[in-house]
Design a protein around this ligand. Structure first.
Ligand code: MCA
Ligand code: AMP
Length: 509
């Protein structure tokens, strides 16, 4: 029944007055709810006119725009599987994702069409459209001729709605398969847990190719019938200017750090705001406290994953307890969170171990990787997050680290194994290790430590330049050091903790 289609639930929450404002962009464009309804119907009709098989993937690598968000909603509406791709990915990365997901349709920017379309067609795509942030491109040129009414496709709760690539701790990303109910159940829980109310207005300043911006922020506003102030590329001055005309803001810690650097961020500017939410990476207690002092607001920190959407959150209501900086709050209603040691034994309150999760928010598995999927679940069906933490006596969850080899930089995941793979192929390189070190802006950034083959001499800037030619810019280590050898433990494993200690002061003022 279409009632299980996530789009049907979002559409049911549109306000009665369809001609009221749904989205206003930072360059003054205004979209009504009727615009959203008509445009998503036309795009859904275009997709369905291609006669794709059920479960077809629609891969999208386009700059953030309202039309890109409409394309996501149209994909849900038409019953296909949305596959968002970071706009910073270059051809080697896109080749992997498109080769792995085999999308029926690929949508890219006109500037990238030259290299994206051959990759798409080689992987069996039926069509490649273009979509640009100035609303040009073949997608809209074709959609404009389609009917502006559409019957939402029937979907079951466990049917796939999206695939998000993530957690390539072994170097290659895995496609997390999220169902309509994974997303809808989480959106419904967060709507009430975060106190969404009539009159709320969201400032949307996150990318829409990851869970935070595409699901938590977008679904949060839509399922409450709330209008959005749409910021296509985060700029702290723009956000501060919008604060008096909004009530909710969501960001990664880097956004909060940059907003605090704006003198115009005052208590007065935030007087009309109801809620500031942070996640995707650890929020430093200094940032949490500085925000409180400057604005009078206490940031609500929550914890999520591409595989599980949101799993814990600090409380919204004071009656549920204080929002505690440095913690990620309580397991959400309906979500189970536990801490186990390596032997699988549940640990008592306050003891540190591996965080595991169970609930309607937990994904269906990794796309075409049944083995890997099995490895990441316990025998009794709990998902192993790869995060290390504890639950205290009051029930607050604290993440203290990660067992997975992962750097989270400005909210983006950077997998050392992937970068090391490329560096180790470079001429003259014997081996490398990429580790995360603290960074005042991005929270954590990568540092590459490299050893040369006998007789070879390495140039750090050359190593970084050749990485930049191959990989998304946010993945490029911010420093590269050559050493005679990498520290190893008795098992021969590189001791990345020693390297982290050695370089941790690199970016600290
Ligand atoms: C940009 N640069 C970065 C990053 N972003 N370097 C390291 N880490 C980054 N995150 C570099 C670029 O390579 C470029 O370097 C220079 O900074 C400026 O690039 P630009 O694109 O202009 O950067 P920016 O505009 O300053 O972007 C910073 C940003 C952006 C706004 C913080 O990274 C961002 O929007 N992050 C949000 C990510 C997100 O949505 N995470 C949610 C994941 P060069 O000039 O050398 O090329 S979802 C998730 O984690 C879970 C599910 C959850 O819980 O939400
Ligand atoms: P992703 O792989 O993009 O889904 O990122 C999920 C990872 O981000 C989690 O496994 C955590 O390591 C990290 N993460 C998300 N939210 C938080 C948070 N509030 N504090 C610390 N780490 C977080």
């Amino acid at each position: 029944m279409s009632k299980h289609n996530l789009f049907a639930a979002l559409r049911a929450a549109f306000p009665k007055d369809l001609d009221s404002l749904a989205i206003e962009t930072d360059d003054g464009l205004q979209y009504s709810w009727r615009d959203l309804d008509r445009a998503t119907a036309m795009m859904a009709n275009l997709l369905q006119s291609l006669d794709l098989e059920p479960g077809a993937r629609i891969a999208v690598q386009v700059d953030k725009s309202v039309e890109a968000a409409m394309l996501y909603l149209a994909t849900l509406r038409a019953g296909y599987v949305f596959l968002p791709l970071n706009t910073a990915y270059q051809s080697a990365e896109i080749e992997y994702f498109v080769g792995n997901a085999e999308p029926a349709v690929v949508v890219c920017s006109t500037r990238n069409f030259g290299w994206v379309s051959p990759i798409a067609f080689k992987a069996g795509a039926r069509a490649v459209f273009t979509l640009n942030e100035d609303r040009t491109g073949s997608l809209l040129e074709r959609a404009v001729h389609m009917r502006d009414t559409h019957t939402v496709a029937q979907k079951g709760p466990d049917d796939l709605a999206a695939i998000l690539y993530t957690s390539g701790t072994t170097g290659r990303s895995k496609g997390a398969m999220l169902s309509h109910d994974n997303l809808l159940s989480n959106a419904v829980v967060l709507k009430s847990y975060w106190g969404w109310e009539k009159g709320d207005v969201l400032i949307h300043a996150l990318p829409i190719f990851h869970v935070h911006g595409l699901f938590v922020a977008l679904h949060g506003a839509l399922i409450n019938g709330s209008p959005m102030r749409w910021v296509s590329k985060f700029d702290p001055k723009t956000v501060v200017r919008l604060l008096p005309r909004a009530t909710v803001f969501m960001g990664v810690p880097t956004l909060y750090v940059r907003l605090l650097a704006e003198p115009a961020l005052t208590r007065q500017a935030c007087a009309g705001m109801r809620l500031f939410i942070s996640g995707s990476a650890p929020l430093l207690i200094e940032t949490f406290r500085e925000w409180q002092e400057r604005t009078g607001h206490t940031i609500l920190e929550r914890y999520g994953m591409s595989e599980t959407a949101m799993l814990t959150s600090n409380p919204y209501l004071a009656s549920q307890g204080p929002r505690r900086g440095g913690t990620v709050g309580f397991p959400l209603p309906g979500v189970g969170v536990r801490v186990h040691d390596e032997t699988g034994r549940e640990l008592p309150a306050g003891e540190i171990g591996g965080i595991e999760v169970r609930g309607p928010n937990v994904f269906k598995g990794y796309w075409r990787m049944p083995e890997k999927t099995r490895e990441e679940f316990t025998a009794d069906g709990w998902f192993k997050t790869g995060d290390v933490g504890m639950i205290d006596a009051q029930g607050y969850v604290t993440i203290v680290g990660r067992s997975k080899d992962l750097i989270i930089s400005g909210g983006y995941n950077v997998y050392p194994a992937e970068i090391e793979g490329y560096i180790n192929e470079m001429p003259g390189v014997a081996e490398s290790a990429v580790v995360g070190v603290p960074h005042p802006d991005f929270g954590e950034v990568g540092v590459a430590v490299v050893t040369a083959k006998p007789g070879a001499s390495l140039k750090a800037e050359q190593i970084l330049a050749s990485l930049k030619a191959r990989l998304a810019n946010f993945k490029i280590p911010k420093h590269c050091a050559e050493v005679s050898e990498l520290p190893r433990n008795t098992m021969g494993k590189v001791q990345k903790n020693l390297l982290r200690d050695q370089y941790k002061g690199l970016f600290q003022s």
